[in-house]
Design a protein around this ligand. Sequence first.
Ligand code: ADP
Ligand code: MG
Ligand code: ZN
Length: 491
Amino acid sequence: MGVIKSARPVVIGLEVHLQLNTSSKLFCSCSTDYIGRTPNTNVCPICLAVPGTLPIINDRAVALGARMGLGLHCEIQNYSNFHRKNYFYPDLPKAYQITQYELPIAVGGYMDIEGDGGPKRVRIHHLHLEEDAGKLVHPTTDGRMTGAAYSLVDYNRGGVPLSEVVSEPDMSSPAEAREYVTRLRQLARYLDVSDGEMESGSLRVDANISLSNADGSLGTRVEIKNMNSFKSIERALEYEIGRQNKVLASGGRIIQETRLWDDSEGVTRSMRNKETASDYRYYPEMDLAPIVITDEEIEKFKEDIPELPWEKRERFARDFGLSKEEISVLTEQKELAAYYEGVVNAGAPPERAANWVRMEVLRVINEAGCSITGFGVKPAVLAELVRKIENRELSNTVGKDVLDLLVKDGCSLEDAINRSGASSAKLTGSSLDGLIATVMEANADVVGVIKSGQDKKGGKAKFLHGLIMKESRGQADPKEAAEALSRMLEL
Ligand code: ADP
Ligand code: MG
Ligand code: ZN
């Protein structure tokens, strides 16, 4: 992604919707499983807005909202409530959305990101709970996006719980916006609050962007919607910076509006002028009691917060002495981090284990198109393999073959080693003896110590064995090399 040159400073604030990991909807007991479902099967009188029905709050959604708020260093409110946001659209059967407006569940807070010029703190304005709308489908016979003769509506998604995280306008480039969303998604996944998948819509981003005035005051902002990937967030914002600069350079004025990103054309288009709060006629939702969370309950939520990404990164740096880059890859997903720790706890040296998990395990997973949870080699087995490589009992090349065999055939480590290149040793007999002799000559002092009987624990002999295995580049059988070495050392 090239660096965008903007005549004026860029200001970006994001509103991120996260679908909360609940099995039932926010105000009824319908299933939240809407992807690929027969339309209008996960519905009931409540989420279809049959008159006379009443909403019942889902406690788990409240708990997840509070949990995410705590991860964002927000203050969890003892008292919060819901409003009705009125607008008429076919995907909204009540003609209003139940959402938190005046008193959201979590307020203030921040998220630290890697900014363009180093570490940066993005302030969080608040996090609130709300229900999702249904989905409109505009079927066209030729697969086009427009020109459908009619529309269909699917209410399976209607009423699914969302949390919306509203940032302060603290980001200064599309890259920072992307980094912020990446960190937010990672946090939501660490907390098991949301899957955070942009492609399937469990994470949705609305981006507000403006160019500042010459006196440093904030410019008029435009809101961009309809970005379906991390890449499109960056592209849409870059396009918008270019467009706004052009408008201002030609003496024009930016109007506050909502624009839609068109991914295939690579442009944003005006959708509607910015609505104001009064357009929505917000008023309190009297059918729901306020959400009351006591200090004791907040303490309990705090106790349940697991180790967070930045804490894990710090601990990995402290305990394992890894580079920033290695840590970033290993802690990207908590499942991968747990796997790596399993390998180290089973006795593998941290650095070599990091290398193997990062390079080889991820390679195998990517090739197989699975995730670390579907990876068949147990941490203890990989630890043993890594240990053998560290001790030079196996070469790196042979180690990779062994790993591939472990994955493909699910056999034992011993079997895999026997069947790999290590067993079909090419360096044997007199040529192996020759190599051993060379190593012994080059390390005459060590040989002297061994021969004088001072190598009681065998450490020096092991050292020579390691050198031999290394020199043989995996072409010698470790056991045969050990026997030949003993013979030649006259042990
Ligand atoms: P609204 O009530 O219209 O949704 P908010 O004040 O709540 O507006 O702001 C919505 C989002 O827009 C927030 O994420 C905020 O950071 C961002 N924002 C506000 N002003 C600007 C601006 N001048 N430039 C870019 N983003 C902005
Ligand atoms: Mg808003
Ligand atoms: Zn329902």
